[in-house]
Design a protein around this ligand. Structure first.
Ligand SMILES: Cc1cc2nc3c(=O)[nH]c(=O)nc-3n(C[C@H](O)[C@H](O)[C@H](O)COP(=O)(O)OP(=O)(O)OC[C@H]3O[C@@H](n4cnc5c(N)ncnc54)[C@H](O)[C@@H]3O)c2cc1C
Length: 394
């Protein structure tokens, strides 16, 4: 399918590099890594290092920090391309690219000088964001008048942090984290939480369980555990008590990037369905010549095209907010793309008949992967409620 949003040769070159990387480094490894029983063994440092060599890991950083300074639209195309090869690999880099972009905007000059050069040089430098807790998830999306259980107590020169986060993408693999902590007791998290920059080797910070997941296995998700962890004042991102301001101000494209990841899976499923429909003969002719199947393949294409247009619009407007950005674009594109991917997954499975259910055909992995973003980056129903709150004052 032609991508009408590609505007220049530079974008074409970047996407060509990413496609070659996916063909050479991701596709040949994905099924075997996915099949590992131990979730930590499904992760590959080799893939991260190869991505680093071709400039993918750092591409959202400005050139002065060693990156390519890719805009949000181009980045979403890269994330989709990675997702076509494997959703976990797409998540690894979507998180890292997104958080690098956020850090560049949200960190002060001293923090940037302290963190970004080291991150740029480290071939295994990865980034994560810790918000979700066992008791607080949809709560922070809406947000309800509740508090984070991860708390910060003020002390001389910083904060003593205790508590835990869970489900965190890249949680056990990252060099730096953005962590959301309740710093004002008794206040709802929208008013009393603070965002901190946390280094992987900070005393008092350890990794808990690495979650065993249904799909998206090439990326790891883990618990972050804080026991009397001292975080200095210099690591406060933005202002104390204004953590949600950081979320609202610096994450405009986050949801669309999540949409791009799952869109990649939808495209892979669609291609698989077409390939199968061309070779499988029933009723004396290939499935693709049966009207019911042809119509379904066209409907899949509509869902993919519409989701991509929504994602691209959200990304472009996130970078050009005076051209008509509205807050629903920060929550709805992922909901649309993940619903589309889930529908396409069930149709692809159906078109494959019994073969789709057999692991050897590769549809089964994609179906497990397609479920990931019904919940990741917010459960879709919660995101619809959030959009409604933007649209209609309560
Ligand atoms: C693969 C994966 C990766 C993730 N990565 C990260 C990460 O990197 N960082 C991070 O911080 N978090 C991460 N998360 C957490 C993710 O954001 C949460 O799982 C998500 O917000 C849902 O939270 P929950 O699972 O606790 O569901 P809950 O919040 O318990 O929701 C359960 C159900 O209740 C519904 N519900 C909740 N409130 C309402 C309401 N008011 N009205 C109607 N229905 C409601 C929800 O829609 C849902 O259907 C990740 C999750 C997954 C699965």
């Amino acid at each position: 399918m032609q991508n009408i949003f590609i505007q220049n040769e530079n974008q074409r070159m970047i996407l060509g590099t990413v496609k070659r990387f996916v063909d050479a480094e991701v596709r040949p490894r994905a099924a075997a890594l996915d099949a590992q029983q131990d979730p930590e063994k499904s992760f590959s440092w080799e893939i991260v290092e190869r991505a680093n060599e071709v400039g993918i890991r750092t591409m959202t950083l400005d050139e002065k920090w060693g990156g390519l300074g890719t805009d949000s639209l181009t980045t979403s195309m890269v994330i989709e391309e990675l997702g076509k090869g494997d959703i976990g690999v797409s998540v690894i880099f979507a998180q890292t690219l997104k958080i690098a972009q956020i850090m560049q905007n949200a960190l002060n000059d001293e923090q940037k000088a302290r963190v970004l050069p080291g991150f740029a040089k480290d071939p295994r430098g990865m980034l994560a964001i810790g918000i979700t807790e066992p008791d607080n998830a949809s709560n922070y999306f809406l947000p309800y008048p509740t508090s984070f259980r991860t708390t910060g107590q003020k002390t001389n020169g910083g904060w003593i942090v205790n508590g835990m986060k869970h489900f965190i993408s890249n949680g056990n693999r990252s060099s730096h984290y953005l962590l959301f902590v309740q710093t004002e007791k008794g206040k709802p998290l929208a008013e009393g939480s603070t965002c901190f920059l946390v280094e992987r080797d900070r005393p008092g910070f350890t990794i808990g369980r690495v979650h065993d997941k249904m799909g998206e296995r090439l990326a790891n998700n883990a618990e972050l555990v804080f026991q009397d962890c001292f975080i200095p004042d210099e690591n406060v991102v933005g202002k104390v008590g204004k953590g949600f301001g950081v979320l609202a101000e610096f994450f405009p494209q986050s949801n669309a990037y999540a949409g791009a990841t799952i869109l990649g899976v939808a495209v892979a499923l669609h291609e698989k369905a077409i390939d199968w429909a061309k070779v499988r003969v029933q009723g004396g002719k290939p499935l693709i010549e049966h009207d019911g199947i042809r119509a379904q393949l066209a409907e899949m294409r509509m869902l993919i095209d519409a989701s991509r247009s929504y994602i691209h619009r959200a990304c472009w407007l996130a970078d050009h907010q005076d051209h008509g950005w509205d807050k629903t674009l920060g929550v709805l594109p992922k909901a649309m793309a993940s619903q589309a991917a889930w529908k396409i997954a069930t149709w692809c499975l159906e078109i494959h008949g019994g073969h789709g259910y057999m692991k050897e055909f590769g549809v089964e992995k994609l179906v497990r992967d397609a479920a990931a973003f019904l919940h990741s980056d917010g459960v879709n129903r919660t995101l619809f409620l959030k959009a409604a709150n933007f649209m209609f004052q309560k």
